[in-house]
Write a protein that binds this ligand. Structure first.
Ligand SMILES: [Zn+2]
Length: 138
């Protein structure tokens, strides 16, 4: 693990190579004032290639979003240059306003104010279904 360059903040490690930009967007990291570093295609003894995101700030992370994109990500909370906490992710049971239902007849496609909500129906295959119309997420 590498926490170089982060004295207080968050290091997202073991991101599947190529997924870091999606995470950057979903977590809206462009809204952060402090430094955010994205390292792509770093060597990993465990997974071959991986991405890493370093955030120079302690922020409230949406663990559901992270777990949905890639539940292998390790979240390292760094305080004063030391590893303070290490979190492992799980596939979330429900997703609220993370992904959108693609069914054009779904109520969420018609009514803009309704939150997009999905439920995990198959943990192994990572299948989510819209709670309103039952459409699959992928
Ligand atoms: Zn739907």
């Amino acid at each position: 693990m590498n926490i170089d360059g982060v004295s207080t903040g968050i290091v997202l490690d073991h991101i599947k190579a190529g997924k870091s930009m999606q995470i950057y967007e979903l977590l809206r990291l462009d809204k952060i004032n402090n430094c955010v570093a994205i390292i792509q295609n770093a060597d990993s003894s465990k997974y071959g290639k991986k991405d890493i995101i370093k955030i120079d700030q302690l922020i409230d992370l949406d663990f559901d979003v992270l777990g949905y994109v890639d539940d292998n990500i390790t979240v390292n909370i760094v305080k004063d240059g030391k590893l303070f906490e290490k979190k492992h992710l799980e596939l979330p049971e429900t997703l609220t306003d993370v992904i959108k239902c693609k069914n054009p007849r779904c109520i969420t496609s018609i009514e803009q104010e309704i939150v997009h909500k999905f439920k995990l129906v198959d943990k192994e295959k990572q299948v989510y279904r819209c709670v309103y119309c039952d459409a699959e997420s992928k």
